[in-house]
Structures are given as structure tokens and as C-alpha cells.
Design a protein around this ligand. Structure first.
Ligand code: ZN
Ligand code: ZN
Length: 310
């Protein structure tokens, strides 16, 4: 082809028809002073008239106690920058939930929650769980935390697991808040938290911010949010079999995203339908949707962290 007949390729920069390139933050770290208070307020708003009102009110009180623990107890020191960099380079989350050497400070958070809990008007069964935990040794508590974080707690220990989960949420949320966002990377498994490696409790499709319609997954343990494409399944990474299920007559804020490739589902919250939705609270308040979707043969991607084991 002669030089004259060679097609011209022109690259136009600053095309006025295109806006500036907007990048979404891949990782959004939590603000512990807001996470638990916001969650408690949402649960308090969802409880009245709800079929599970008593339960939601109890969880709201637990979240208020978590907010109190954040306000009143010293925060643990985050890992050193070099330690974070080493983990990230190796492709691991720096606060790996089953490997991170947590400080015993988490047990102070647990003691705080148990003290607040013992003053609440609770059923005898819950008070007996609290009484039992208050007399456990430090070694026993560490074993409970280890089992919980490894997903090895059965329904017979669901009550104990709930309180230790709440204390560990406080601890890991404080640790995550102390990390430097630019030091973090999304994991190879996009569906797991880049800070602690936990599965998300739910996802939120944003209605505001730099790029509305972006999906963030929210960690059930350390409260970190991370970006995840809406086009692929958060469990298997395939895109062909995704569908959304919701309650008829609901406001459409909470939907179950089902995947026919791996037969799992996860809750997705659409902020444009309800700006006050909060991942953990709205997940708990929509357990009826879990029943419906599991009856259709889908398994939940991961349990809600406060009802693990039962
Ligand atoms: Zn996390
Ligand atoms: Zn899938």
C-alpha cells in the first residue's frame, strides 16, 4: 500500500463530547465512629411493625453498644506499613481474618458489650449466654474467636458467636480504619474483602458520588467497602446466569442477586430506592427474601456475620 493510500488514524484528545475520565475509589475504608451508630439507627427505624421487631431492636441495642465501645475504649494499633506492603505484594489481605495476630484488646470490646447486654431486658436464654461468656477465661475467648473466624461455630454456639462477632467487628473495623487506602489492592478473588479477606454481608449500588450506579461490596467483619463490577457474580465470577429477585410489592431497595452458574445468591441494595439503607441492617430485615430464594434452590453466598451458626 502506497503512503498516499494508507488510511489515516487520527487520535483526538480532549474530545468535547466526552466528559473527564471518572475513576471510582477501589477501596473505601470505614469510619468506626459512624459505622455502628448508623447501623443502630437504621435497625431502630426498621423494627417498628416488622415481623421480627423484637429481634431487630435487640440487634440495634447491640450496635449501640458497639458504638459505645468504639467511643470509650482505646483503638488497637494498625499493622505497620511494611507489614501491610508485604502482605499486599504477596496477594494477601493485610488483616487476614484467620491469620492476623489480633491484639487482646478485642476482648475488652467483648467485655464492654457483655456489660451493656446484661443491663438490657432480654430473654433468659440471652442473659444466660451473657452470664456464661462473662466467666470464660481469656484462652477460652480466643478459642471462640478463632473458631468463629474460621467458620467453625455450629448452631449450638450461635448465641456466643453473636457476641464475639460483634466484638470482633469493633476490633477489625478500628484496625481497617487505621490502614492507608493507597497501600491496598483488590484481591484476586474480587468477592472477598481486600482488608481482611471476609465475604461481604451485602452489596450497595450507589445513587450518589462520583459515578452513581457503581457497586460496592461491604465487609461483614471490618466494614470496608470495595468496588465490584455489577456484571459478574460475586461468588464465581461468571456473568451469564445472573438475575435479580425481590419481594412483590416492596420498594425494590433490597434484591437478591442469583447466579445460575454457581447456584448462590447475595443481597444487593439499591440506594436510589432508599438512601438510608445500610448493608447489615437491611440484610437482617429482609430474611424473608432469603427464605424465598433458598426455597428456589439457591444457597446464600455467606452468612450474615451476626447470625453465623444459626
Ligand atoms: Zn473486611
Ligand atoms: Zn456465580
Amino acid at each position: 500500500m502506497s503512503a498516499e493510500r494508507r488510511p489515516t488514524i487520527s487520535i483526538r484528545t480532549g474530545d468535547p463530547r466526552r466528559g473527564p475520565v471518572i475513576r471510582v475509589a477501589p477501596v473505601v475504608l470505614p469510619d468506626p465512629s459512624r459505622v455502628f451508630a448508623t447501623r443502630a439507627a437504621r435497625l431502630e427505624a426498621l423494627a417498628p411493625g416488622h415481623p421480627m421487631a423484637e429481634w431487630l431492636s435487640f440487634v440495634a441495642a447491640l450496635c449501640r453498644a458497639q458504638a459505645g465501645a468504639v467511643a470509650e475504649l482505646p483503638a488497637p494499633a494498625p499493622p505497620a506499613a511494611a507489614e501491610v506492603a508485604q502482605a499486599v505484594r504477596a496477594g494477601f489481605p493485610p488483616l487476614a481474618k484467620d491469620g492476623y495476630h489480633r491484639s487482646p484488646l478485642w476482648r475488652d470490646a467483648l467485655a464492654f458489650l457483655l456489660e451493656v447486654g446484661s443491663d438490657l431486658e432480654l430473654p433468659d436464654q440471652a442473659l444466660s449466654v451473657i452470664g456464661g461468656l462473662r466467666h470464660r477465661s481469656g484462652d477460652d475467648m480466643e478459642m471462640l474467636a478463632r473458631d468463629y473466624l474460621a467458620g467453625e461455630v455450629g448452631p449450638d454456639r450461635a448465641g456466643e458467636a453473636m457476641f464475639s462477632a460483634a466484638a470482633l467487628q469493633v476490633h477489625f473495623t478500628q484496625l481497617a480504619a487505621g490502614l492507608e487506602p493507597s497501600a491496598l489492592r483488590l484481591l484476586e478473588k474480587f468477592g472477598l474483602c481486600p482488608c481482611c479477606g471476609s465475604p461481604p454481608v451485602a452489596g450497595i449500588v450507589t445513587a450518589a458520588g462520583a459515578l452513581p450506579g457503581t457497586r460496592y461490596l461491604h465487609c461483614g467483619l471490618c466494614s470496608t467497602a470495595w468496588h465490584h463490577s455489577r456484571a459478574i457474580c460475586i461468588t464465581c465470577g461468571n456473568s451469564g446466569g445472573l438475575a435479580l429477585a425481590e419481594f412483590e410489592g416492596g420498594n425494590g431497595a433490597v434484591k437478591a442477586e442469583t447466579c445460575d452458574d454457581c447456584r448462590t445468591y447475595a443481597k444487593m441494595i439499591y440506594e436510589m430506592k432508599d438512601m438510608k439503607a445500610e448493608p447489615l441492617a437491611d440484610d437482617l430485615a429482609s430474611l424473608g427474601l432469603d427464605l424465598r430464594v433458598s426455597e428456589a434452590g439457591y444457597a446464600r453466598h455467606a452468612p450474615n456475620p451476626l447470625i453465623i451458626g444459626g
